[in-house]
Design a protein around this ligand. Structure first.
Ligand SMILES: C[S@@+](CC[C@H](N)C(=O)[O-])C[C@H]1O[C@@H](n2cnc3c(N)ncnc32)[C@H](O)[C@@H]1O
Length: 211
């Protein structure tokens, strides 16, 4: 998996000064280096663009890497709402989205995503694209909220669903969230409101279309 991802990343990713700056700033600020891979970011850009999505909800902003990739997909006519637990992470992400030219198209809600999601439901907000990339233990709840907030035909992309390959084999080092992710994948695969497939790019991304 690692070798294949390295091959894809080096073959298909161009030098990107701004995204490299985001990665460097995350390290400088002592934040975890857990942004999406360059190819996963590129897939996000492509998916938002192909879907023609204009109203995107992201759960887990970190330093704004995936936020920039998403915004590049909708360009000048779109909006990103991003939920992030840590105030200072959201501030750094906003700084980077501003540098990328999207300051007026992005809104951050800080605090626990579950509370922000409940508020979005209460205010009848709807979105046509979702990116779930935060605390794995809450993925099932995030998924149900996203379905409630979805326009018909919306796309939900969920990251880290392979948990470093540990969901596939016990010979791979098990992660804290391996079992959680196995259950999540089974739930997504058989969910009556979703049509889904898992793409083994980066740490694995599930693409789900809301019926
Ligand atoms: C994997 S990182 C997100 C990476 C980002 N999507 C990217 O690729 O650039 C996960 C993020 O989720 C945030 N997070 C963790 N628990 C959360 C929660 N309960 N509510 C909202 N955000 C949370 C973390 O602070 C962290 O910034």
């Amino acid at each position: 998996m690692k070798q294949i991802n390295q091959y894809i990343d080096t073959t298909f990713s161009e030098e990107d000064t701004l995204l490299s700056e985001v990665v460097a700033a995350i390290i400088e600020n002592g934040m975890p280096a857990i942004s999406v891979s360059s190819s996963s970011g590129k897939l996000l850009t492509l998916l938002v663009s192909i879907a023609g999505a204009k109203n995107v909800l992201e759960i887990g902003a970190l330093g704004g890497y995936s936020g920039i990739c998403i915004a590049r997909g909708f360009g000048e006519k779109g909006a990103l709402t991003s939920l992030e637990l840590e105030e200072r992470y959201a501030e750094l992400a906003y700084k980077h989205l501003t540098k990328a030219g999207y300051s007026k198209q992005v809104t951050y809600h800080t605090g626990a995503a579950l509370q922000s999601l409940e508020k979005l439901v209460q205010s009848n907000k709807k979105f046509d694209f979702f990116f779930i990339d935060a605390d794995k233990e809450n993925y099932e709840h995030y998924l149900e909220y996203c379905i409630q907030l979805a326009e018909p035909g919306a796309l939900i992309v969920t990251d880290n669903v392979l948990a470093g390959g540990s969901v596939v084999s016990t010979e791979v080092k098990q992660k804290r969230y391996t079992e959680v992710m196995k259950q999540f994948n089974e739930k997504v695969a058989s969910h009556p409101r979703l049509q889904s497939v898992l793409v083994p790019l980066g740490d694995g991304m599930t693409l789900s279309r809301v019926k």
